[in-house]
Design a protein. Structure first.
Length: 355
């Protein structure tokens, strides 16, 4: 059913959400209208809402960029299909797009940020059809659960791709039990990593990750970087694997302590992938990269063409969604934002429209 208006929760100014209705725009050629079934709550949304991080489209606008739903209008071949909307929608025309770097397209559109007033904390959203990930047979996995693929799972997948992760590789995930880090841990193991070491300050969640990809865990809380490194080296010695070269490190926290720890663990022929976002500055002697013959790489989003591979991993069991997400009605958005902001959530929350 095509609605006359879109019901939505808008950020009118940072720190304030208002339930309202906005017009359904006239769909342009190549566009569709998606009825939202689920929208994940991401820390990027919290950065816009609480920290004043600027959105490309100024408020008022609807936040939310982890979206799954059903196409109800627009391009005829898509109507009725269940889809995941990529969090980053490239223009598909520029040099970056044509050379395989469309995830960092400078003309990209992002729901809940740079796509006008439209975001996922809504009943419906208009989007370009070309880059939608059509779900197909999802078995018994709820469609709303698949919404988190749009960022929380595809971002780690792209990070692993950029790291050229191969079967047998040795991996460290810093922030391994967080909303994105837990999926980074699963993605690494699901892509064949031989050893995955998870580092996180949440002991309960960290212990849980031992059943989902983490071969060994370290809680750095109250420990110096040197003490963490000694625990890491002791594990490597016990298992007969090298500790001083070849490790691929994924820093997912975006915090200064996390980044500093990651840099302290970087060694010969190693690689550090910067996955998490934060506003603090971190210093490092860049000559170490030269001496180590190491790599320091930033990664952003994921090209839409890789969504089907990630979807397959979520459907075939290499990545578990059910034990890492929970659904709540969208009417609880203010409460959920507050809980997420204060670190009270145990799982990534997916909001389901209940207007």
């Amino acid at each position: 059913m095509i609605p006359s208006t879109i019901k939505t929760w808008q950020m009118t100014v940072p720190g304030t959400l208002t339930k309202t209705e906005i017009p359904v725009p006239t769909l342009q050629p190549g566009e569709v209208l998606v009825e939202v079934k689920g929208c994940g709550v991401c820390h990027t949304d919290l950065s816009y809402f609480y920290m004043g991080v600027r959105t490309d489209h100024p408020p008022p606008l609807s936040l939310g960029h982890e979206i799954s739903g059903v196409v109800v209008a627009g391009e005829a071949s898509y109507i009725g299909k269940e889809v995941i909307i990529p969090a980053v929608l490239p223009c598909n025309k520029c040099e970056l797009c044509k050379t395989g770097r469309g995830n960092r397209c400078l003309a990209q559109k992002m729901p809940g940020n740079s796509m006008g007033i439209y975001g996922g904390y809504s009943s419906h959203i208009p989007v370009p059809a070309a880059d939608l990930c059509v779900v197909g047979n999802r078995g018994n996995v709820p469609l709303e659960h698949l919404s988190v693929i749009a960022d929380a799972v595809t971002t780690p997948y792209q990070a692993a791709r950029r790291a050229r992760l191969a079967p047998g590789d040795r991996v460290i995930v810093i922030g391994a039990a967080g909303g994105v880090g837990s999926f980074m841990t699963q993605v690494a193991k699901g892509m064949g990593a031989g050893t995955v070491i998870g580092i996180d300050i949440n002991e309960e969640k960290l212990e849980f990750m031992k059943g989902y990809g983490a071969d060994f865990t370290i809680n750095p809380k109250g420990k110096t970087a040197k003490e963490v490194k000694e625990l890491f080296k002791a594990y490597c010695k016990e298992k007969g694997i090298p500790s001083n070269y070849g490790w691929k490190i994924f820093e997912v926290t975006g915090t200064k302590p996390g980044q500093e720890l990651a840099l302290s663990l970087l060694s010969f022929t190693g690689m550090l992938m910067v996955v998490g976002y934060g506003t603090d500055e971190t210093s490092y002697m860049l000559s170490k990269l030269m001496a180590f013959d190491a790599e320091l790489i930033g990664t952003w989003g994921c090209p839409p063409e890789f969504y089907p591979q990630v979807l397959e991993m979520c459907l075939d069991g290499r990545i578990n969604l059910a034990n890492f997400v929970e659904t709540r009605p969208m009417s609880q958005i203010e409460q959920v934002f507050d809980e997420a902001h204060h670190g009270k959530l145990k799982r990534r929350v997916i909001l389901t429209p209940d207007f």
